[in-house]
Design a protein around this ligand. Sequence first.
Ligand SMILES: N[C@@H](CCC(=O)N[C@@H](CS)C(=O)NCC(=O)O)C(=O)O
Length: 230
Amino acid sequence: MTLILYYHPFSSYCQKALMALYEKEVDFEPFKVDLGDPQGRAMFQAVWAYAKFPVLHDIDTGATIPEASIICEYVDGLSNNGVRLVPTDPEEARRVRIFDRVLDNYLHTPMQKIVADRLRPEGQRDPYGVAEARALIASSYDILESRLFDVGWFSGREFSLADCAAAPPLFYAAKLAPLDKHRRLRAYLQRVMERPSFKRCLDEARDFRPYFPGAPEDDDWADKADQMAF
Ligand SMILES: N[C@@H](CCC(=O)N[C@@H](CS)C(=O)NCC(=O)O)C(=O)O
């Protein structure tokens, strides 16, 4: 089985796919995409026309798989190692998939909106859209806080696709909108940051953290972030 993952280690959606690969102990060849380089972008666009990563290419079957959730499910089906990311029980699977969609649409998307806005040139920013994104993150924090338990994982006792969907956007969102009033979410983030699959993603992305728009310039920003100083 030969898998190529087109990705970037600092990208939150790529971390979602990476968590699945690490959880399931599936080997792959990482292909780092530089979207800032016109040649790199053109090459990647030939793989997946939308040029959004992650994309997984399975050389044996010829399958090209975009969209992090679909990659996670694909990887789940490739290996019996580790936990099942999508449970076999249909009701449990539905619960996990609902969390996955909620986290992508109502936490990940507004988090990306705020980050992307900070990268726009002066004069082309979208304060109204950013305010909407902040309001959506605030609602998500409240709603998700009320659904979480003090122990375990996002969709219950077992680690699942929902955790791959939750950890990366929550990590970045917490830098933009502190989790001060959300004790369970904060504790969850601390737990998932200790999970080896996500810890590995954080380690692999560490060198890129100074590029997070709005990141403080002091050198120990990364370590402070790990200590939940947000
Ligand atoms: N719906 C896609 C979203 C992927 C996505 O937004 N990826 C971002 C990186 S986190 C990206 O490719 N950004 C580059 C760009 O928009 O040019 C998924 O679930 O995989």
